[in-house]
Design a protein around this ligand. Structure first.
Ligand code: GLC
Length: 483
């Protein structure tokens, strides 16, 4: 079971085992457990106080919404190799179709993504309401999308493109005020001798390799490629990265080996990094992938990462794009549970972002331009289990009890306001039977005049008189003033 599935199974177990009272922990915001652990090298999470953690995570918690970019050599085959289509995600084509190392590496000489435009990508993220970008610096295929002096299998040394997209993105992010992070596959590397490989198909045991060129010593890979490239990423892009996104640790990433990487991360005390380094290090953020944990992660920082279609890396035939309604309601749902939404784009082999992804992001940006106050710099819902319950009869795609959302609204919280994101339009009035705060007034956020709405208090709660029509078909935000 690969990490993504293992982490999902673990998270679902955590979610189902949470009692409603646990979700109240969410109300106090993220009070990280900073009890020092017995790591060979203590990580910042082991030693900092809650206040220090809150200060370090502040921008990230306020951001709520980021852009994931999966882009690399795999965008050339785009899901098809020698006429055969991969059934996996686009960036796993080498593994899924057991492509020999030499054949895969030969792609580099044809990689010339002249359509890549860092300004346009950063501007797209910005206009979409995204506050940070995380791009694949090196994925499991081992190809570095940056100028690496450590290993020649990279976009500057091995392709006719000869440019460093990470450098160009960093310059544009600096110019446009966007945070920039790097995804780095620290453990899996399917083209470097000794790099790990997750099991798929009938690959050799115990390495799960499919080409003798992959065989070698993991420590050699770790010390001649992985760690030196992480050093390059941390040193060569000035004030970036602000996030390092590790992925798919294997048993090779022992605490001692992970500690060598942590020693590097500790030299960048403001850096945020996720829970996928391995070696028992928790990192800063839980990373539920392609799903939203029904109760969030009370008391922890977490980020749900998702594709817009079904693949991270570009696949020419994956046109199964989620609707803007689904994407926006995911963002609203995640925000109401105190998490971040890292939404992926997968540029093609020329460096162009697929139009369906651009269109959806523009539409999300329009909603956020009007209603972003209810998302950015807010805390999770004060209504606890408003999200629903687990069915005693229906199962979800993982065979676990299906989570049934109880209400067709969500809520986020500010110091002096409660936001109610109405996903369907109640006829006449919106009723709340429990009030976590005293409500002094109400209006619709998208109403430019913030026309006061009629409140009727009774023994069984509060009724808010609403106009006949919603102001937005996807979600209309009702603002309850609570000062
Ligand atoms: C999984 C996949 C990887 C992808 C990641 C994104 O770990 O293995 O290809 O980059 O999910 O979260």
């Amino acid at each position: 079971m690969n990490l993504a599935h293992r982490s999902i199974a673990a998270l679902l177990f955590a979610a189902t085992s949470l009692s409603p009272t646990h979700s109240l922990a969410q109300l106090e915001g993220s009070k990280a457990d900073t009890t020092p652990t017995s790591h060979p090298v203590p990580a910042i999470q082991d030693t900092e106080t809650s206040a220090q953690r809150d200060a370090r995570m502040e921008w990230w918690r306020e951001a709520r919404f980021g852009m994931f970019i999966h882009w690399g050599l795999y965008s050339i085959p785009a899901g098809t190799w020698n006429g055969k289509r991969t059934t996996s995600v686009g960036e796993w084509i080498m593994n899924d179709l057991s492509i020999p190392v030499a054949d895969y590496k030969a792609l580099a000489k044809n990689f010339n993504p002249t359509g890549f435009n860092a300004h346009d990508i950063v501007a797209l993220a910005k206009s979409s309401g995204m506050k940070y970008i995380v791009i694949t610096a090196k994925h499991h295929d081992g190809f570095a999308m940056f100028d690496s002096k450590v290993n020649p299998f990279n976009i500057v040394a091995a392709t006719p493109f000869k440019r460093d997209p990470l450098k160009e993105l960093a310059e544009e992010c600096r110019r446009q005020g966007m945070k920039l992070g790097f995804y780095y596959s620290q453990d899996q590397d399917w083209t470097a001798p000794g790099g790990s490989a997750y099991k798929t198909g009938n690959h050799d045991l115990p390495t799960h390799h499919w080409d003798a060129a992959q065989d070698g010593d993991f420590d050699t890979y770790l010390h001649t490629k992985s760690i030196p490239q992480i050093k390059e990423l941390l040193a060569n892009y000035k004030d970036y990265p602000v996030v390092i996104w590790f992925d798919t640790p294997t048993a090779n990433m022992t605490p001692a080996r992970a500690a060598e990487i942590v020693a590097l991360l500790n030299q960048h005390p403001n850096l945020i990094w996720n829970n996928r380094l391995g070696g028992t290090y928790k990192g800063d953020t839980e990373t539920p992938e392609q799903y939203i944990p029904p109760q969030g992660f009370p008391g922890q920082d977490w980020e749900s990462c998702m594709t817009m279609n079904d693949t991270w890396g570009f696949k020419s035939f994956d046109t199964n794009f989620k609707s803007t309604q689904t994407l926006l309601r995911n963002l609203i749902d995640i925000s109401s549970k105190g998490g971040n939404y890292l939404l992926n784009i997968g540029p093609d082999s020329k460096g162009n972002v697929p139009t369906p992804e651009i269109d959806r992001l523009h539409e999300m940006g329009k909603w956020l331009a009007v209603n972003g106050e209810a998302i950015y710099n807010t805390k999770s819902t004060l209504f606890g289990g408003e999200a629903g319950s687990f069915s005693s009869t229906e199962k979800d795609k993982n065979g676990k009890p299906k989570f049934v959302a109880a209400w067709d609204w969500r809520s986020t919280t500010a110091a002096d306001k409660i936001y109610i994101e109405l996903l369907t339009w109640p006829n006449g009035t919106f009723h709340l039977d429990k009030l976590p705060r005293n409500v002094t007034g109400a209006y619709l956020l998208a109403d430019p005049s913030h026309t006061p709405l009629k409140l009727t208090r009774s023994a069984n709660g509060l009724d808010i008189q609403l106009p006949n029509k919603a102001l937005d078909p996807i979600a209309t935000v009702l603002v309850l003033k609570t000062l």
